[in-house]
Design a protein around this ligand. Structure first.
Ligand code: PMV
Length: 307
C-alpha cells in the first residue's frame, strides 16, 4: 500500500484579482488530505462521502484521476481510501488536495514517472474537467507547498506566526462568486478594475514584507484587502462576524480566504493571542482551526508499510 498526502491552502492576498491577471500570495497550510492506494481487482473508492466504484457524482475528482491514469498506464483495479483534515467546499483547497494526493499515490504505485510539474498540471486539468473552470493556484500550491506569489510562481519565505482559520461552515460556490464579480465588473469597469488592481498592488508590496517578517504591516494590508473584497461583493454577515471577532480579540489581521460568500477567513496572530482568538471565533458562531504554513507540498507518507 502507498500513502501520499497533499496540503490545503489559504490566500494572504489576491483572490478574485488573480482571475484578472493581478498578483496574489497564497500559502500551503499544514492541513492535509491523505490518500492510501493499493492494487485490487476492481476500482473501490472510500471516503466520508461513502464507498463507491468509479462515480462522477460522489467522487468526481478521484474518478477522473483513475481515468487519467488508465490512459497513461496499465491500470485495471485499485482500492483508494481518502482521509481529510480539510473541510469540503470551504475555500481551503480540499478538491485540489485530494486530486494531487491521488495522482501522486498512483504515480508511485504504478511507477508512471510523473514529475511534480506533471502532477500539478494533471491535477489542474482534472479540476477543469470537474468544475468547468479553475485557476491553477490551488493545484500548484498543493503540489509544491510553500508561500507562493501567483502568477509569477515565485517562492517566498514561510510566515513564522500562527495561522488561524475561521470556518463559517456555509458552503460557498467559487464559480458563482467569480461570476458575480465578473457581472459587477462589466457594469462598472471604471470602478471595479482599479479595486482589482489595488488588490494586486498589495500582493506586490507584501512580497518584501514577507521576506522581512514584518507581520504588522502585512496585517494592515490584509485588512485593506478585506475591505476591498467586501467592496466587490464577496463578503457576508457571517464572514464579517468572524473577521471582527478575530480582530477585536488581538489578531494582527483577519480577512476572507478564497472565493468568499461563505467558507473561511484567515487570521494571522501572535502565539500569545491564539487561544483568545480561537474562543472569539467560536463565540461568534465559527469553527476555528489553528495551523501553520508549510514548505511541503505533496509527499509520500509510506510505501508498503515503510515510512
Ligand atoms: O475558494 P477557492 O479556494 O476556490 O478560491 C477561489 C479563488 C478565486 O480567486 C476567487 C478564483 C480562482 O480561481 O482563483
Amino acid at each position: 500500500m502507498i500513502t501520499c498526502s497533499a496540503p490545503g491552502k489559504v490566500y494572504l492576498f489576491g483572490e478574485h484579482a488573480v482571475v484578472y491577471g493581478e498578483s496574489a500570495i497564497c500559502c500551503a497550510v499544514e492541513l492535509r488530505t491523505k490518500v492510501h492506494v493499493e492494487k485490487n481487482d476492481d476500482v473501490i473508492i472510500e471516503s466520508i462521502l461513502g464507498t463507491t466504484g468509479p462515480d462522477l457524482k460522489v467522487h468526481p475528482y478521484v474518478t477522473h484521476v483513475i481515468e487519467m491514469m488508465k490512459s497513461l498506464t496499465d491500470l485495471r483495479g485499485v482500492r483508494i481510501r481518502i482521509e481529510s483534515e480539510l473541510p469540503v467546499g470551504s475555500g481551503l483547497g480540499s478538491s485540489a488536495a485530494v486530486t494531487v494526493a491521488s495522482i501522486q499515490a498512483l504515480n508511485h504505485l504504478l511507477s508512471c514517472g510523473l514529475s511534480p510539474e506533471d502532477v500539478a498540471k494533471t491535477a489542474h486539468e482534472i479540476e477543469i474537467r470537474v468544475q468547468g473552470n479553475a485557476s491553477p493556484t490551488d493545484t500548484y500550491v498543493s503540489t509544491m507547498g510553500g508561500v507562493v506569489m501567483i502568477p509569477q510562481r515565485k517562492r517566498l519565505p514561510l510566515l513564522k506566526c500562527p495561522i488561524i482559520i475561521g470556518n463559517t461552515n456555509k458552503f460557498s460556490s467559487t464559480k458563482e462568486l467569480v461570476g458575480n464579480v465578473a457581472k459587477l465588473r462589466s457594469e462598472f469597469p471604471s470602478v471595479i478594475d482599479p479595486i482589482l488592481s489595488n488588490i494586486g498592488q498589495m500582493s506586490i508590496l507584501a512580497e518584501e514584507l514577507v521576506s522581512k517578517n514584518d507581520y504588522v504591516t502585512i496585517g494592515k494590508l490584509m485588512n485593506v484587502n478585506q475591505g476591498l473584497l467586501d467592496a466587490i461583493g464577496v463578503g457576508s454577515a457571517e464572514l464579517s462576524d468572524l473577521v471582527y471577532a478575530a480582530r477585536n480579540s488581538g489578531a494582527i489581521s483577519a480577512k476572507i480566504t478564497g472565493a468568499g460568500g461563505g467558507g473561511c477567513i484567515v487570521v494571522i496572530a501572535e502565539d500569545k493571542d491564539t487561544m483568545r482568538i480561537v474562543k472569539a471565533i467560536e463565540d461568534a458562531g465559527g469553527e476555528a482551526i489553528i495551523t501553520k504554513n508549510t514548505e511541503e507540498g505533496v509527499r509520500l507518507e509510506s510505501f508498503n508499510g515503510r515510512r
